[in-house]
Design a protein around this ligand. Structure first.
Ligand SMILES: *[C@@H]1O[C@H](CO)[C@@H](O)[C@H](O)[C@H]1NC(C)=O
Ligand SMILES: *[C@@H]1O[C@H](CO)[C@@H](O)[C@H](O)[C@H]1NC(C)=O
Ligand SMILES: *[C@@H]1O[C@H](CO)[C@@H](O)[C@H](O)[C@H]1NC(C)=O
Ligand SMILES: *[C@@H]1O[C@H](CO)[C@@H](O)[C@H](O)[C@H]1NC(C)=O
Ligand SMILES: *[C@@H]1O[C@H](CO)[C@@H](O)[C@H](O)[C@H]1NC(C)=O
Length: 483
């Protein structure tokens, strides 16, 4: 056994010294050469290989680029993207049409051809490791094409951070939406549950579970090492912050910068409620509306809403006045069968006259409903964020949300000692909260609505800009020469 070990060790050392180190040294020389030829204008590189996707992560990217452009006019912003089928102006136009964010033309794009190396489908096994190594390979392409002075990873490719820090000589920062691996995922494997990250085959076998755990732990360790190469770590919520702190163990440099949410349309809605009949028709005259907005997905727990409302009717003063209106998208047959189940629950509880379901309504209708509703109900456990709850707050609807996850940690928080909504956790507490909300005095109600509207502005674009710039300011200054 011993000679074998020695053999493996010497080979390892030999490979490191004769192949890996010289390669890295060559890469570093190439990068330094490019940097020197590039001139002296400061370059900030945003690593966002899917920058044309038009999702929430892209809104963060464009708001971040705009914040830098507005506050540091002399700096050049470069976006590394793999969207080689689009042109720079197409990408900028899409940012403007999707998010209403216009950027000056001084943003440059570096188009990367190796994006297929980070696609999950490429790695049927060891997906996390494969994608991470792929991202380094993609990062090398980015680094050689345009070495930046400051490198910001905005898509969660943490393994690019050491590359840019040590080979590229960059200051580094990252914005994390979601941890690549979390302690939750480790627990699923440890408890031998089958889940999206754990196949039945592995869950059934003790040996395979052991191997997978070793792999996950090793990966989590490397993920932490890579993450700590970042000098500023920005996370999008308390949930993400907690997970990153657990795995990266770098509390001193992490902070929360909430992503910018587009709530301007909801802020226009007056706080005083419009008469229900004006919006919904004569039939609804004098009705007080509890509004639920959620796709008909299982985790949203619509049945809890119906049951809580049923119980509320039995304890409120005048049950004839109240109406529960459930709206949401129906994506597929699964959702439709859930709606059917919900309808049968409604008739079982004899609530046909008191509960209404509307699917696939338009944005205009949604705004109308938000201008008449008094209470907005949300019943999903451990939601990472809960944009719907923010929309209630913005629209002047009193939010009643589940006491966990984002609503608890980030959204329905007191500001300046004033309540911004209600939290509950089961049929009894939801029904009692509904009763309490409808017994609020006008003054108290106005106070809650006012502070809720103030609170939701923490998720506005202006707040994002301010906090983003503050959080990355340490990496925007050049490193002192002596270092
Ligand atoms: C943070 O990002 C994750 C993943 O995209 C998302 O599920 C979550 O809602 C985001 N949080 C906020 C505050 O937008
Ligand atoms: C694994 O499954 C069991 C039973 O379904 C459940 O009680 C447990 O909480 C699960 N553990 C994790 C970490 O998901
Ligand atoms: C709702 O819209 C989706 C697609 O947007 C469609 O597939 C579905 O059939 C619609 N459902 C209903 C009930 O209208
Ligand atoms: C809501 O939050 C509590 C935690 O206080 C949790 O135990 C409960 O199951 C959650 N879920 C729902 C749907 O109420
Ligand atoms: C819905 O909420 C109730 C009460 O909190 C809980 O017991 C139940 O498990 C939840 N159902 C789902 C699908 O989350």
């Amino acid at each position: 056994c011993y000679p074998n070990m020695i053999c493996v060790l010497t080979t390892g050392i030999a490979v490191t010294f004769c192949i890996i180190l010289p390669c890295l040294a060559c890469l570093k020389i190439l990068v330094l050469n490019r940097k020197w030829r590039r001139g002296s204008q400061k370059v900030i590189g945003f690593f966002h290989p899917y920058c044309n996707a038009g999702g929430g992560g892209e809104r963060v990217l464009w708001c971040a680029v705009r914040a830098i452009q507005e506050s540091h006019p002399g700096v050049k912003c470069v976006v590394y993207t793999g969207d080689i089928t689009s042109t720079a102006s197409q990408i900028l136009n899409k940012a403007s049409s999707t998010f209403g964010i216009t950027l000056s033309n001084s943003v440059d794009f570096v188009f990367l051809r190796r994006r297929r190396w980070v696609e999950a489908t490429r790695y049927p096994i060891l997906t996390l490791l494969g994608q991470s190594m792929g991202s380094v390979w993609l990062g090398v392409e980015a680094l050689l094409a345009c070495p930046p002075d400051v490198f910001l990873d905005t898509m969660g490719y943490a393994f690019t951070l050491p590359l840019f820090k040590y080979i590229g000589g960059c200051r580094t920062g990252c914005y994390v939406h979601y941890p690549t691996i979390s302690t939750d995922m480790l627990n699923v494997v440890e408890c031998q549950n089958d889940s999206f990250n754990n196949r039945k085959l592995i869950a059934r076998s003790k040996l395979l579970t052991k191997c997978k755990l070793i792999y996950y732990r090793a990966f989590a360790f490397m993920y932490g090492v890579a993450g700590r190469c970042s000098e500023a770590v920005l996370t999008n919520s308390s949930w993400t912050l907690n997970h990153i702190n657990q795995i990266w163990k770098c509390q001193q440099i992490t902070s929360i910068v909430f992503p910018p949410c587009d709530i301007s349309g909801f802020l226009e809605i007056p706080l005083t409620r419009k008469p229900t009949q004006d919006i919904l028709g004569e039939k609804y005259e004098g009705k007080l509306i509890v509004l639920s907005i959620a796709q008909f997905r299982p985790e949203k727990n619509h049945s809890l809403q119906v049951e809580s409302f049923h119980k509320f009717l039995s304890i409120c003063e005048d049950p004839s006045k109240h109406l529960l209106l459930m709206v949401g998208g129906c994506r597929n047959e699964g959702d439709e069968s859930r709606v059917a189940e919900l309808k049968s629950l409604i008739s079982k509880l004899n609530l046909q006259e008191k509960v209404e379901i509307r699917t696939n309504i338009s944005f205009g209708e949604l705004k109308d409903l938000l201008s008449v509703a008094h209470v907005g109900i949300h019943t999903m456990s451990n939601e990472h964020f809960g944009i719907g709850v923010v929309e209630f707050q913005a629209a002047g609807v009193i939010a009643l949300a589940n006491n966990s996850g984002g609503p608890k940690m980030d959204i329905v928080k007191e500001i300046q000692g004033c309540q911004t909504g209600f939290l509950a956790h089961d049929v009894t507490t939801y029904s009692e909260a509904l009763r309490d909300i409808y017994s609020l005095t006008v003054e108290k109600r106005t106070e809650i609505l006012g502070s809720a509207r103030a609170a939701c502005k923490r998720f506005s674009e202006q707040e994002f800009k301010q906090h983003f710039l503050a959080a990355i300011s340490p990496v925007l200054v050049s490193r002192p020469k002596t270092e």
